[in-house]
Design a protein around this ligand. Structure first.
Ligand code: PLP
Ligand code: LYS
Length: 415
């Protein structure tokens, strides 16, 4: 595997390999490492080998069909949040019996489709949703498997936009209402209670919030058992963070061991996890080209061809992502404190601030850790086509999604 390497868990490719790929497919360009994705998934799987479990990869992190298919082959389940995501996992070859359906706004048609294909479980986020599922299931004469997503009111200590387990967040049912809703579900003719679900946020860099949440889930589990409600699985959600800079988050195995311990006395209960970012983030790179440099009024701009339309994390969350030059600078090249900005007509279109670099027009840069919430959040804003995606492994590379053509951007009709 000589053209792939990892530093701090982040993927790097040999510079000439990046230059070759950029020449072949153009920029911006997403590149993913297949082996790394498999290894992360297997890390979850191995850590859970001693108990009944299902890893439901959260496809919102990266829903490229080739990545989904590679996880299907490993035996993965999937966490979906829309019918579009359901259609994608089915297309990638997933077993619907391994699909859990999260999300606060499931529509009638989404519920009908999920019931008809026979998913593993609905992660129900409100009492009103439970009633809707019951009524559709009754009409279709199908028993709907459900978990209640519990909002444990735990601070995930992450960016407020991606914290989901605080009582003021829209997600899940309030902890204090949970027992009453389970009792209601138990009386419904077409509902089968399967489990308890929670997910407290994303990019968590500490184990403690997971443990606090698991503790609350454990108390609820014991209460449900005491009133005769059987729980077949516990879904701990996703959320484990990755290293974007030099901060090292907990290892997958440490998280799993800590959570497994909470239910060690119930070995028959299946444990579910919904990891997204920790499987794909550091397997990905975004390659971009410097279109221009501009030096004025004490500002140094490297204007690149990737923007917030391709990778929104830095604009949306002020997320810091490592940006590396592909060409090695000469010792006498002038370094500047660059703002790395994209083509979009918004001042928030900044991929990196204050980066000491020596770059010139036509140079290539790579944005590291871009495998999660990169392409999946990309848009056609300013009518830019979405970039191509490439999968690499030790044998070479393959195109797994073409760059969009301008034809594909046409929407609507001229009347
Ligand atoms: C319900 C649910 N499950 C799983 C995930 C995956 O989270 P992450 O990518 O942080 O592992 C998310 C996203 O935060 C989510 O909303
Ligand atoms: N989009 C976020 C994560 C959202 C998690 C989804 N609940 C990010 O890029 O960090």
């Amino acid at each position: 595997m000589d053209f792939l390497s990892y530093q701090n868990g982040q993927l790097f490719l040999q510079n000439n390999a990046i230059a070759d790929l950029a020449k072949l497919y153009g920029t911006p360009l997403y590149v993913y490492d297949e082996e790394y994705i498999k290894e992360r998934w297997l890390e979850y799987d191995n850590a859970l080998a001693d108990r009944k479990h299902l890893i439901c990869y959260a496809i919102k992190a990266n829903s490229n069909l080739a990545i989904l298919n590679c996880l299907v082959k490993l035996g993965s389940g999937f966490d979906i949040v829309s019918q579009g995501e359901l259609e994608r996992v089915l297309r990638a070859g997933a077993d619907p019996k391994k699909v859990v359906f999260s999300g606060v706004a499931k529509s009638v048609s989404e519920i009908e489709r999920a019931l008809t294909v026979g998913i593993k479980c609905f992660n129900v986020e409100s009492e009103a949703e439970l009633e809707r599922i019951q009524s559709i299931a009754q009409r279709l004469n199908i028993i709907a498997p459900v978990s209640l997503r519990i909002n444990p009111d735990v601070d995930a200590k992450t960016h407020p936009y991606i914290s989901t387990g605080l009582r003021d967040n829209k997600f899940g049912v309030s902890y204090s209402l949970a027992i009453g809703i389970y009792q209601k579900a138990q009386k419904m003719s077409h509902i089968a209670i399967e489990g308890i679900d929670c997910h407290i946020g994303s990019q968590l860099t500490e184990i403690l919030p997971f443990l606090d949440s698991a503790e609350r889930i454990r108390v609820l589990f014991d209460q449900l058992i005491s009133i005769g409600i059987t729980i077949k699985h516990i879904d701990f959600g996703g959320g484990l963070g990755v290293c974007y800079d030099d901060e090292i988050p907990p290892q997958i195995v440490d998280l799993i061991n800590a959570l497994k311990n909470k239910f060690a006395d119930y070995p028959e209960v299946e444990l579910l996890f919904e990891p997204g970012r920790s499987i794909v983030a550091n397997a990905g790179l975004l390659v971009t080209k410097v279109e221009y440099t501009k030096h004025q009024d004490n500002n140094h701009f490297a204007i690149v061809d990737a923007g917030m339309n391709d990778l929104i994390r830095p604009s949306l969350y002020k997320a810091w992502m490592k940006i590396m030059p592909v060409q090695q600078p000469n010792p006498d090249d002038q370094m500047y404190d660059y703002q790395i900005v994209g083509p979009i007509c918004e001042s928030s279109d900044v991929l990196g601030r204050n980066r000491q670099l020596a770059v010139e027009q036509h140079d290539l840069l790579v944005i590291c850790s871009a495998g999660a919430y990169g392409f999946s959040m990309a848009s056609n804003y300013n009518s830019h086509p979405k970039p191509a995606e490439i999968m690499v492994n030790q044998f070479g590379h393959r195109l797994i999604r073409q760059r969009e053509s301008y034809d594909m951007l046409w929407q609507g009709e001229i009347i």
